[in-house]
Design a protein around this ligand. Structure first.
Ligand SMILES: [Zn+2]
Ligand SMILES: [Zn+2]
Length: 286
């Protein structure tokens, strides 16, 4: 939208007012269009993705095309898109806003909002089908929207363990510990979905402990969902994992299995109990 009337397809620079047939470039800082000379004299940079001008520092990253400079908006969009891509189809549409809407779950949604502000580690448990994964996905999407985190990744525990077993049989280039380390080092929040339903073996226990411990030790964000409460988790996967998990924020969600119903009539409640209050101030990197 060039400023000023442009009868003969002439574009007017918002600063120097010179008219030109050349396309002017929009600044994302003020929405005005500037000529090349003015943009250079203002020290503006051009984003390599959207092509807009900005006086703000660009971010050098290889995540969009190559090692180029991009504006914050494009980097955020790219982060968001890549995060959303990790969500399985069945949960793609889940948000906090469409989480089991009924008058009885205002509390659950407001608790989730609280979680967004204050915690790095969150264990969400309850019976199958009450919406744990939906809530977790919704929280993560919201965290991205409010700018608390840049990226997240959905990791189904079953899938991860399957990959680890394959890797340990030499079917992949990477070994199982490489896969776990990659998850530990992921620069964003992890959603570890559905821990505790796998067949327990030494291998499973060791890999899961390595993962959970690694994330806790580095204070990198993580939401874990499970059908098991902490005592059950401890019996199943061992005390070490349960105590790690229990050192973050723990919440139970209850309610009828709404996956089996055509409409929501349950009134899920969410209870939070903080076993210990670790340092939540450590920020998720990148
Ligand atoms: Zn100009
Ligand atoms: Zn851009």
């Amino acid at each position: 939208m060039p400023e000023g009337g442009t009868p003969n397809k002439m574009n007017t620079c918002s600063h120097c007012q010179k008219q030109s047939e050349k396309e002017l470039t929009m600044s994302m800082d003020d929405g005005q269009h500037y000529c090349r000379e003015c943009a250079i004299s203002f020290g503006m940079h051009t984003c390599n993705s959207c092509g807009k001008l900005t006086k703000k520092e660009l971010i050098r990253t290889s995540q969009i095309y190559s090692g180029c400079d991009y504006c914050e908006v494009c980097v955020t969009e790219s982060n968001t898109r890549r995060s959303l891509e990790t969500i399985p189809q069945v949960y793609k549409q889940c948000t906090l806003e469409n989480f089991m809407r009924n008058p009885g779950n205002e509390l659950a949604i407001s608790r989730a909002a609280e979680l967004i502000k204050r915690t790095n580690h969150f264990y969400l448990f309850g019976p199958p089908g009450v919406g744990k994964t939906h809530l977790a996905v919704g929280i993560l999407k919201k965290m991205v929207v409010v700018g608390k985190i840049a990226r997240f990744k959905f990791v189904g525990i079953q899938d991860l363990l399957t990959d680890c077993r394959r890797a340990s049989k030499g079917l992949d280039d990477e070994n199982a510990d490489d896969l776990i380390d990659k998850a530990i080092q992921f620069p964003g929040y992890l959603l570890l979905d559905d821990i505790g339903t796998e067949k327990v073996t030494d291998f499973v226990q060791e890999k899961l402990y390595r993962l959970v411990d690694g994330r806790y030790s580095s204070q990198t964000g993580m939401i874990i969902t499970s059908n098991l409460n902490l005592a059950e988790l401890s019996r199943r996967l061992g005390e070490r994992i349960a105590s790690r998990v229990g050192s973050g924020l723990v919440a139970e969600i209850t309610g009828d299995d709404f996956r089996l119903k055509h409409h929501y009539e349950s009134e899920p409640s969410i209870k939070t109990s903080e076993v210990e209050e670790p340092d939540y101030t450590a920020k998720t990197v990148n």
